[in-house]
Design a protein around this ligand. Sequence first.
Ligand SMILES: NC(=O)c1ccc[n+]([C@@H]2O[C@H](COP(=O)([O-])OP(=O)(O)OC[C@H]3O[C@@H](n4cnc5c(N)ncnc54)[C@H](OP(=O)(O)O)[C@@H]3O)[C@@H](O)[C@H]2O)c1
Length: 284
Amino acid sequence: MSFARFCFPLREMKQKKEPIAIPKTYALVTGASQGLGKAMVLELAMRKINLLLVALPGEGVEELAAQLAGLGVEAHFYETDLSQRENVLKLTDWVNQNFNVGILINNAGRGGTRSMLAADAEYVDGIVQLNIAAPALITHQLLPNLLRQKNAYILNVSSMAAFSPIGFKTVYPASKRFIRHFSLGLRQELKGTGVSVSVVYPGPMKTNADVASRIEKQQWMGRIGLVSPEAVAEVAVRQMFRRKTCILAGWGNYLNWLLLAMLPNRFKIPLLTKAVRKEMDGLP
Ligand SMILES: NC(=O)c1ccc[n+]([C@@H]2O[C@H](COP(=O)([O-])OP(=O)(O)OC[C@H]3O[C@@H](n4cnc5c(N)ncnc54)[C@H](OP(=O)(O)O)[C@@H]3O)[C@@H](O)[C@H]2O)c1
C-alpha cells in the first residue's frame, strides 16, 4: 500500500466514488388549471417539485406551465377530457413512457345539484366517470411507476360530502364516498411499500363562480367550514408529505365532521338535503 493511500484513505475513497444518478421525479396533478388543483400545483412548485399538469383543453394550463418554468420548476402539461376512458389510458401511457412519478394528486372532479329526474344522462355519467372511474384508472395505471420510486405519495381529493348522503346532490356525495373507500383500501394494500395514500376532505371552497353562487345559496350552512383553496392546498400538501391518512382543513370542518359522525341519518340527511335544495333556485 502506498504511503499516500495509507495516510489519506478517505480522500482515496472519495475520488473512487461513482456519481449516483438520482432519477428526476414529477408530481402529476389532475384538474391543475384552476381552483384547488392550481393551488396545490403552486404549493408543490414552492418546494421546487417538477410538475405534470393535466386539465381540459384550452383552460390555461399551458400558460401555467410557462409561469412555473419562470420560477425554475420543470412543468409539462397534457390537455384532455378525463371523463373518457381512452383519454385516461393515453395520458397514463404518455406519463409511463416519459416520466418517473413520485406524487399523484387525483383532484379533478365535478359536482352539481339536480333532481335525479330532471338530470340528463351526461350529468350523471359525467360525475361517475370523472370522480370515480378516472382516479381509479389513473392510480391503477401509474402504480407500478410510483412503486419504482424510493418514496412516493398518492393524494386523493374527496369532500366533506363523503360523510353523509345528500338528496339533490345524490351522485356527488356517493362518488366522494368511493374516493374515501378506495383510498383507505389502497393504503392498507400498500403498507410496507414506499407509497403512501392520503385522502383530503375539503369543505366548501369558492373556487369558481358557479361553486361560489351555490355556496352563497346554502346561507349559514355553506359558511361553516368555508376555507380558501390556497389554505386547503397548504394543509393537504404538508400532511401528504407526513403520510397522514385523512386530511381535514379548518376548525369548521373538524366540527362538521364531528356533527356528521354523531347525528343519525334520519336527522342529518333531511337537514343537509333541505340546505342544498336552496342551491336549486331557478333550476329544474
Ligand atoms: N369547491 C368546493 O367547494 C369543493 C368542496 C369539496 C371538494 N371539492 C373537490 O375538489 C376538487 C377540485 O374542485 P374545484 O372546486 O377546485 O374545481 P374547479 O374549480 O371546477 O376545478 C376543477 C378542475 O378539474 C378540471 N376538470 C373538470 N372537468 C374535467 C375533465 N372532464 N377532464 C379533465 N379535467 C377536468 C378542471 O379543468 P378546466 O379548468 O380545464 O375545466 C379544473 O382544473 C374536486 O374533486 C371537487 O370535487 C371541491
